[in-house]
Ligand binder design. Structure first.
Ligand SMILES: [Fe+2]
Length: 378
């Protein structure tokens, strides 16, 4: 059933008519909205940046985690500690120093591996798939798989607990926008895969179900299929193959960059894109509370234009209801940017239900993050 939102079309005081453009001079726009950026919304024009607090106490505070500093490598993905999680999604940050000694199988849900650092081969039921930094590897629930990286590899793991990853409806953009389905690579059964099948000795499969790991041992490699057919398989997509949507006259909401849809969460990719050029258009993210969603950003590579003091391998977590927007340095470029385009790759996860912080993240938290908006306004 579609929602019949309470009908309001109103305005008061000094205001623009177009969201994120032509704001009254010297004001800062803040959006309050329903269902992320898809429902009814109010746009306020504030005299001061809405993040100009002098102190912030209590549990709603934003969090930042230096995941790259989590330095112990684990041979099994199931030993990587949880970073953020709820009943529908689990994020882990996993470092792997060499080839996995056992196969992994997630019986709890579909799995997405985002390769932050490293390269190598994925071996799975379906064949071999080479991977490199910037890849998303999608593994359908139940797939048996093993990574054989060339060196140390760092991976952001996103599990769709009990559900499926799908693609967003591209609507008016058409089915080939953002990335062509032909860009999705599937594993191949090649010589390297066949050589892997014939490896000597027993093979263990570590199956995760309801969070607990069971180990199944075979006297041979169970990745022994000689062929397959169907419309379900792991896929690889690199962030450089994503062609982001942008408008030169309007700052599009971040949800336009949605890459994968989970159950009650989405995974979005920020890839380099030109800044808006219309003189009246906002050139940085607008201030907002995102009251219905918890927001997570993992910074993969580049120069993170809206955040000060953020390096690759860090993660920020803005719980729904926390008012946020550009950091003071970025806010100076609210209407005029000195560069033609952004130069950042980041993975965003928006969760419809509140997330809990796992012990993997708590160990590498930057407790001063809430103060990072405190510099004087431009
Ligand atoms: Fe946000």
């Amino acid at each position: 059933m579609t929602r019949n939102w309470i009908p309001v079309k109103a305005a008061q005081g000094v205001h623009s008519r177009q969201a994120h453009a032509d704001m009254p001079e010297g004001t800062y726009e803040r959006e309050v909205s329903k269902e992320g950026f898809f429902g009814p919304a109010a746009l306020f024009h504030h005299r001061r940046p809405p993040t100009g607090w002098s102190s912030f106490e209590g549990p709603l505070r934003p969090r930042a985690f230096d995941l790259a500093a989590l330095n112990e490598a684990e041979p099994s993905p199931w030993d990587a500690r949880r970073v953020l999680f709820n009943a529908h999604v689990e994020m882990r940050f996993w470092k792997l120093a060499g080839p996995m000694p056992a196969l992994a199988r997630n019986a709890d849900g579909d799995q997405l591996l985002f390769i932050h650092r490293g390269s190598g081969d994925l071996f799975c039921d379906y064949g071999r798939l080479a991977f490199e930094a910037g890849d998303y590897l999608y593994l359908p629930r139940g797939t048996m798989w093993r990574l054989a990286p060339a060196g140390e590899t760092a991976i952001l793991m996103i599990e769709c607990v009990g559900g499926h990853f799908t693609l967003p409806d591209r609507g008016l953009l058409g089915p080939h926008a953002q990335f062509d389905p032909a860009m999705l690579e599937v594993p191949v059964m090649d010589e390297a895969f066949r050589a892997h099948q014939d490896g000597p000795g027993a093979v263990r499969v570590e199956v995760k179900k309801r969070g607990a790991v069971s180990t199944v041992t075979y006297p041979y490699n169970p990745l022994d299929a000689v062929g397959w057919h169907g419309d379900l398989a792991p896929v690889r997509l690199n962030v450089r193959d994503i062609r982001p949507v942008s408008s030169h006259r309007y700052h599009l909401p971040p949800s336009v960059h949605t890459t994968f849809v989970g159950e009650r969460f989405v995974v979005c990719t920020f890839a380099p894109r030109p800044f808006e050029t219309d003189p009246g258009a906002l050139k940085v993210p607008f201030f907002h509370n995102n009251d219905d969603y918890d927001e997570v950003l993992f910074y993969h590579a580049g120069d993170f234009f809206s955040r000060d003091h953020i390096e690759a391998g860090m993660m920020t977590f803005h719980p729904g209801g926390f008012t946020h927007g550009p950091h003071p340095k970025a806010l100076k470029s609210m209407l005029v940017q000195s560069k033609p385009a952004t130069d950042e790759y980041a993975v965003m996860l928006d969760a419809r239900d509140p997330l809990d912080v796992g012990d993997g993240a708590a160990a590498v938290e930057n407790a001063a993050y809430v103060d990072s908006w405190k510099a004087p306004a431009p």
